[in-house]
Design a binder for this molecule. Structure first.
Ligand SMILES: [Zn+2]
Length: 165
């Protein structure tokens, strides 16, 4: 599982929508909990420096990554993953993504954007054999395992409400 603050997820979604119809990309800094869950603590937006079709490909600025790795060296947080968007395509890794994946310790976040709107963000890691991606759970850190139902003002007044499920 990968866990982000809602503000971090929003930053990624906003970047995905702002870059549309091109792909956005960036790096995720955080730590791995003893249970193996990845906690994101920082989101570093990158320029998409791909030499080619930025609507279908992405490349994180190598200078950004270099500077970040130097900054993180010896510290408590590390590079835990990266994100990019799929304008007009599903929030799942493409064959090209798989061909570019070589670091099993990094989580891939992918945001699907349709008509300029981010519609879904999913998380994936390279499987142990390195030949496929495996989806992992993505949650915001305000997630509650056993949600408490809050009555809305409308319900309190016994007025039928168009409640979200
Ligand atoms: Zn992709």
């Amino acid at each position: 599982m990968i866990v982000l603050a809602p503000a971090h997820l929003k930053a990624i979604i906003d970047a995905a929508e702002a870059a549309y119809p091109d792909e956005c990309c960036g790096l995720l800094v955080g730590r791995t909990a003893p249970a193996g869950d990845v906690q994101v603590e920082r989101v570093e937006a990158s320029r998409n420096v791909v030499d080619g079709d930025a609507a279908r490909r992405f490349e994180v600025d190598p200078q950004l990554r270099f500077d970040l790795m130097r900054q993180l060296a010896g510290g408590e947080t590390r590079l835990v993953g990266h994100y990019h968007s799929h304008p007009g395509h599903a929030a799942q890794p493409s064959a090209h993504d798989l061909s570019m994946a070589w670091e099993p310790e990094l989580v891939w976040l992918i945001t699907a954007v349709h008509d300029g709107q981010a519609v879904l963000t999913t998380a994936h890691v390279l499987d142990d054999d390195g030949h496929r991606f495996r989806p992992i759970d993505l949650r915001t850190d305000d997630w509650q395992a056993d949600p408490v139902r809050h009555a809305t003002a409308a319900e309190t007044n016994d007025i039928p409400s168009g409640e979200n499920g």
